[in-house]
Design a protein around this ligand. Structure first.
Ligand code: AMP
Length: 391
């Protein structure tokens, strides 16, 4: 059985795994295969080796090899893990063919071969020849039409390919928000830039009841409406777009809330002097780095009244403790609403880091493992890795 997983975990300088969430997320599918008489041939990428070539133009194998993950994977599964130092080729084919039920083979980093990110058909065929069935459990890579995430699936009939448990969970949870959600439905969107989330915001306005916007992106909206935002993050070329989104919200009857007040800092530093002021009346030369107390109250009231919640992006520069309170309060409000019966989905990189950091990950309904993939799904796109299994 060929299994595409997302083992793209962060490593420290001595190649120790600093966060194994993604590896743990694949364990249920792996154990299911292994405990039911299957053997697993694992494929994953790790980092972007193609962007960090050695001076002679070759791959930095030492830095990006999946060999670093073998001991920990073996520990998680409670069984030995074989490693093949190539992704496809004679040795990989030989090792795959010799695999016995209950055995695990981890292939080398998929991105060591250029054909992977090009979705190369010849490479995908070589992969397909190693297994009798294909399972995709790599949600975090499902938005990429790569050889091991998408093209390979075309070599298997509908009865010989499917989603793993993680992929299934991710899709089901996203569907709870996208299809027939219990209302009111509230989306909370934050993070640095409007430009990264234009499509998300635009699409959210088609089906949410409330849209709460915080983080750096809020200041583009506030400035667009005539506010003085000082040195806060503003995308001048997105001011018109922000106004259009405000108009769309009005036309659709969506409550669009921006932070009424903010914590303004005199510099981008945790030790900066702080003033709380109306978001539209920034002290000259100061920058908004977190939502203020009035905004926190307003946002948490809307959250408390919601039945379905979607959160993507922090409310401020939460990496700095002095500007983490707004984000923390959103995480706590989500946890509270969930305890009262709401469904809450945290989808997207930094808000996931925030709930994990606050130890609230098991108090929300679902925390997605896939930043970009979840964002694209919520934007209404069909993910190539998902489509390839369904067709
Ligand atoms: P994103 O990846 O778009 O979700 O953005 C996350 C990043 O946005 C985090 O690193 C935050 O520090 C940053 N961020 C959030 N609020 C602000 C703000 N008010 N000013 C500058 N950066 C912010």
């Amino acid at each position: 059985m060929l299994l595409r997983v997302d083992f793209n975990v962060p490593l420290d300088k001595s190649y120790q795994i600093t966060d194994d969430t993604r590896m743990r997320a694949a364990v249920p599918t792996l154990n299911y295969i292994l405990n039911n008489g299957g053997a697993a041939i694992l494929m994953s990428h790790l980092g972007r080796p193609e962007d960090k070539l050695l001076p002679d133009g070759s791959i930095n194998v030492e830095k990006f090899t999946l060999r670093h993950l073998v001991p920990h994977l073996s520990e998680l599964l409670g069984r030995p893990v074989q490693f093949c130092p190539e992704f496809v080729g004679d040795e990989a084919a030989k090792m795959a063919a010799a695999l016995q039920p209950g055995e695990v083979l981890l292939l080398e980093n998929t991105r060591f071969l250029k054909g992977e990110s090009k979705g190369d058909e010849a490479l995908a065929r070589q992969l397909a020849e190693m297994g009798d069935a294909y399972v995709n459990d790599a949600f975090g890579s499902a938005h990429r039409a790569h050889a091991s995430t998408t093209t390979v699936a075309q070599f298997f009939g509908p009865e010989a390919k499917g989603f793993g448990f993680l992929m299934n969970d991710e899709l089901e949870n996203a569907n709870r928000v996208l299809n027939n959600p219990e209302r009111p439905l509230t989306a909370i969107v934050g993070g640095a830039k409007v430009s990264d989330k234009i499509q998300l915001l635009d699409r959210m306005l088609d089906f949410v009841d409330n849209l709460l916007i915080g983080g750096g992106m809020a200041y583009t909206f506030i400035k667009a409406q005539g506010g003085q935002v000082g040195k806060s993050l503003v995308e001048e070329d997105k001011l018109e777009l922000a106004l259009r989104l405000v108009e769309k919200a009005k036309a659709k009857g969506v409550l669009l809330l921006l932070p009424e007040d903010s914590l303004f800092a005199d510099q981008f530093d945790n030790g900066a002097a702080i003033q709380t002021a109306s978001s539209a009346e920034a002290p000259e030369g100061w920058m908004g780095l977190d939502i203020g107390p009035k905004a926190r109250t307003a946002f948490s009231e809307v959250i408390a009244q919601s039945k379905t919640l979607l959160w993507n992006g922090p409310m401020g520069v939460f990496e700095m403790p002095n500007f983490a309170e707004g984000t923390k309060l959103i995480a706590e409000s989500l946890a509270k609403a969930t305890a009262n019966g709401a469904f809450s989905l945290v989808g997207g990189g930094d808000s996931v880091a925030a709930v994990n950091q606050m130890g609230l990950d098991d108090q929300v309904s679902y925390v997605s493992t896939g930043g970009g993939a979840m964002l694209e799904l919520l934007e209404g796109k069909v993910l190539p890795g998902v489509k390839a299994i369904q067709e």
